[in-house]
Design a protein around this ligand. Structure first.
Ligand code: F0G
Length: 485
């Protein structure tokens, strides 16, 4: 008997890449307790107490990671010195190693989270002229807001395939034809091109290296810097390895280096692939043309950082946070981690799909997106009944939290016309925190969604009773649930 021969079989289930070293038990609440809390919160998911959730808090994958034992150990080495703490140097080493950009080539600015880094960058870029446009493959809402509050326009050049149900391996790619047309027509007003990997606004879809390289080539032809938003750079690299034929044998760390070699700089929220609970950064390569063309840039950025975040060597973070990031970046590029992480998101999505819940496919790396318009097809629901909000409201009662990113979050109320202006996408997002849940938790979430899908004709409408006309209204609004007419 050859023992190795005997174990040559496939299994339906795969082990995770890790085991739990610390757990937190749920507190016990009744349906009635949750109903009372949901009403008090005006059915707004952001206002609902997280302690009442039952292992299905899929509101965001941002800052919600469970730390590894190595990160917890590193945290104890956090040095809370005001200037040049120990972790700062460890973080710079980690950046150089993981991103492949040598320390002597990079100007690194630390911030407490991604949007603070975007704010610093676009406050400076906004000074370079009037009527400027920043083209991207799909700006995240904070990026768009930071561009627009500095009197520039954020233009999203989504691939047309994103809207289609047919398979495309890289639906997050930039539409190159429209980018070239824009550079040709309005090049004088374009200070930089911005590429978000993976494309969170575009359904969490990945961007291919071929596309990043083609964008770089266009940037070079038209003399423009290329900046990346790299919140989910490691997950993007996993897709490149698994879907771009020529990279199937390339190790993930090398794909990451190739990606970063193509940019002039980047902004990042380290709360995603930094595997941390708080942190962000802006990095500009010293070789970038923007440093030569804008002499004051680096000094002005340092001033901005000192005014808003503190000394550049801690940038709004504690020494402990910094140590956790330095360690997390080394874990996130491990293939066994990424296989387990993205495999879990996909298993969750496939279960929903198999049970007839309309979801955006192929699945991205960090979330599964429920297509709200298709979910309510054949019912009396209209998009302005905010069925996506009503679905997330009812799920709170089952201890599950998802996030509407559609008619309510991205639409707005037109005061003059007294009607809703609807966005083109209408999703409910199930964002999966890293290293936090077991597949059983996600299948419970899916079961709740599947049952409500069967009862979709009975789902009420969500009526905004406060905040309909406000900016960023999804964070602030209150609703009542009303009969569907
Ligand atoms: N860019 C992208 C692509 C993001 O997904 C986010 C945040 C940010 C920038 C801003 O980073 O939150 O650290 O200030 N996304 C979170 C989400 C909030 O739920 O998708 P931040």
């Amino acid at each position: 008997m050859d023992p190795i021969q005997l174990i040559q079989f496939d299994t339906a289930h795969q082990p995770r890449a890790y085991v739990n070293s610390s757990v937190r038990f749920h507190h016990i609440f009744s349906d009635a307790d949750r109903l009372q809390a949901a009403k008090k919160a005006g059915w707004n998911v952001f206002q609902f107490p997280s302690e009442m959730l039952l292992g299905g808090d899929l509101l965001s994958d941002s800052g919600t990671t469970t730390l590894t034992a190595e990160q917890v150990a590193a945290m104890f080495l956090g040095d809370e010195a005001y200037g040049s703490n120990y972790g700062y140097f460890k973080l710079l080493e980690s950046f150089a190693e993981v991103f492949g950009i040598p320390q002597e080539e990079s100007e690194v600015f630390l911030f407490h989270q991604g949007r603070a880094a975007e704010h610093a960058l676009f406050t400076q870029v906004g000074k370079w002229g009037k009527g400027m446009i920043i083209p991207g493959n799909g700006h995240f809402d904070t990026t768009q807001a930071n561009i627009e509050c500095n009197q520039m326009t954020a233009v999203d050049l989504f691939l047309p395939e994103l809207k289609k149900s047919d398979y495309h391996p890289f639906k997050g790619n930039m539409d190159l034809e429209r980018l070239e047309a824009l550079l040709k027509e309005k090049g004088d007003h374009i200070p930089m091109v911005y590429l978000t990997i993976t494309n969170n606004t575009g359904g969490g879809q990945p961007v291919s290296l071929e596309n990043i390289r083609a964008v770089r080539k266009l940037c070079d032809e038209y003399g423009k810097p290329l900046f990346l938003d790299v919140c989910r750079f490691a997950e993007n690299a996993w897709f490149i390895k698994n879907r771009e034929e020529q990279y199937k044998n390339t190790p993930i760390p090398e794909i990451v280096h190739e990606t970063f070699a193509l940019c002039d700089g980047f902004t990042v929220s380290l709360k995603k692939d930094g595997l941390t609970n708080m942190g962000g950064a802006l990095l500009i390569k010293r070789s970038s043309r923007i440093i030569k063309e804008h002499e004051a840039l680096l000094n002005d950025l340092r001033d901005h950082q000192i005014l808003t975040e503190g000394h550049p060597t801690y940038g709004g973070m504690t020494g402990r946070d910094i140590m956790v990031i330095a360690e997390g970046l080394r874990t996130v590029v491990k293939e066994e981690y990424l296989n387990s992480r993205i495999g879990q998101v996909h298993a969750f999505g496939e279960y929903l799909e198999k049970n007839n819940v309309p979801v955006l496919t192929p699945f991205g790396g960090h979330a599964v997106y429920i297509d709200v318009n298709r979910f309510f097809e054949g019912t009396k629901h209209k998009p302005e009944d905010f069925g996506g909000v009503a679905l997330t409201a009812l799920l709170l009662l089952k201890g599950v939290r998802l996030c509407e990113l559609g008619a309510f979050a991205f639409g707005h109320w037109d005061k003059e016309q007294q009607k809703e202006v609807l966005p083109s996408n209408n999703f409910v997002r199930c964002a999966v925190p890293r290293n936090k849940y077991e597949i059983q938790d996600l299948l419970y979430v899916a079961d709740c969604v599947i049952e409500l899908h069967k009862k979709r004709h009975e789902i009420p409408r969500a009526v905004p009773v406060h905040g309909r006309e406000l900016t960023l209204r999804h964070f602030k609004a209150r609703f009542e649930l009303g009969e569907i007419k």
